[in-house]
Design a protein around this ligand. Structure first.
Ligand code: ZN
Length: 311
């Protein structure tokens, strides 16, 4: 663990006000295209899924429409599963993994589940490669009533309008080297609060909810992903990013208390997947495949549980 370094915006020891947040926003720039890398691909989604335009980001509503997809042939007697990507827009494989699953795999799960898939919750973050939204808020700490983050608020409003209970929610993320070099130092500066910096683990892991760890569900995800990529080992203290490892490749966070996206549905089986894209052992394609494997591992486990119960 090392101290976070000083950040080029604001005064050390003083939390940011509007001026510092505006200065931060002015330093951000578009680095890739939501249109080319996300929206164009979504034009190929099968007609088995209904496309729902559930909102847009106010910074540029035309450039940043928000889309989700929902099983068209919805059966009330089937369990419902939610998959979200790009809550952190910079975490590329979360977005591309959700799209890949939607394009190539989702239809084959339709006989067991009603699916809801929101592949890119934070499109401005996707284009500018940011963890925060334009208001310097982390959408994955803002899933609570009257959320100040419009990405989180829009998703919550959409889900609440569906008025369904979910059996499972998989929220697809990455842990990157820039978490330590950029995003945690920025957080420390914004809030004028010390942030511990942990060694970024080399490998995939999942984060369950402390209140309902769903051990079998997490294990099934790890077992599916390890066929595709390596799993993060614990550090010398038995931790992954400072949290005690619960079983190989799994830690838990307090989802609701922290305002995490995985706490948004109340589903019994929730996970945040964490792909490590900066490993020398992986490339973009491998990371996308790891996210797809995670979704398939989790849904496959629940499908088998359901059919066992039916016997
Ligand atoms: Zn994330």
């Amino acid at each position: 663990m090392t101290e976070t370094n000083t950040y080029p915006i604001g005064t050390p020891g003083v939390p940011w006000g509007d001026e510092e947040k505006a200065e931060w926003l002015a330093r951000q720039s578009v680095k890739r295209s939501y249109r080319d890398e996300v929206l164009d691909k979504l034009d190929s989604v099968s007609g088995a899924f209904e496309r729902i335009h559930y909102g847009a980001l106010s910074i540029d509503a035309e450039r940043y429409p928000l889309f989700a997809f929902k099983t068209r042939d919805w059966h009330a007697d089937r369990p419902n599963a939610l998959i979200t990507g790009g809550v952190h827009g910079y975490e590329t494989s979360g977005v591309q993994g959700a799209i890949r699953f939607l394009l190539q795999k989702a239809e084959s799960y339709a006989q067991w589940f009603n699916l809801v898939i929101a592949p890119c919750v934070s499109p401005w973050g996707y284009e500018t490669i940011n963890r925060w939204n334009p208001a310097a808020l982390d959408p994955n700490r803002c899933f609570y009533a009257d959320s100040p983050a419009e990405e989180s608020a829009a998703l919550m409003a959409f889900l609440s309008g569906l008025d369904v209970e979910f059996l499972a929610h998989l929220d697809l993320h990455e842990t990157t080297d820039t978490d330590n070099t950029e995003f945690r130092p920025a957080l420390a500066a914004r809030d004028a609060k010390h942030q511990e910096i942990w060694q970024i683990p080399d490998g995939f892991y999942t984060v369950g909810d402390t209140e309902k760890p769903a051990e079998g569900f997490q294990r099934a995800i790890i077992e599916s992903v390890e066929k595709v990529t390596h799993i993060a080992p614990p550090d010398d203290d038995g931790n992954i990013i400072g949290e005690p490892m619960q079983q190989p490749g799994v830690i838990n966070y307090k989802a609701s208390e922290w305002g995490l996206c995985m706490g948004v549905t109340g589903a019994a089986n929730v996970t945040t997947t964490e792909v490590y894209p900066d490993s020398p052992k992986v490339d973009d394609e491998n990371c996308t495949q790891a996210q797809v494997a995670a979704v398939e591992g989790g849904l496959g486990y629940l499908k088998d549980l359901g059919s066992d119960h039916g016997k």
